[in-house]
Design a protein. Sequence first.
Length: 101
Amino acid sequence: GGEGDDAKHNKYCHFCQHVKVKRASSMLACDNAECARRFCEHCVVTHLEDASTPSDGPALSAVGADGKWLCPICRKICCCAIQQCLRTHRHCKAYRYRQRR
């Protein structure tokens, strides 16, 4: 992706709502054309236990044969993509907000 791709994506991590300004490479942008979400590598690996980041190399469960990375929401593994998350982990900010309403 070039600069045009970056412009269409949110600058905040969907999971923690922070902007990783020190290392832009630590922000993962979904390759789904209809999705504008980003995740920071820390949240994907630590909270979602998803080691399928594009920089990891061969064992990429979320990277298709075409080399595209789909975010946890597009793959329906993020808390907010399902009705009720029963996993014992830190839930994404959108899911936590929905639970409080």
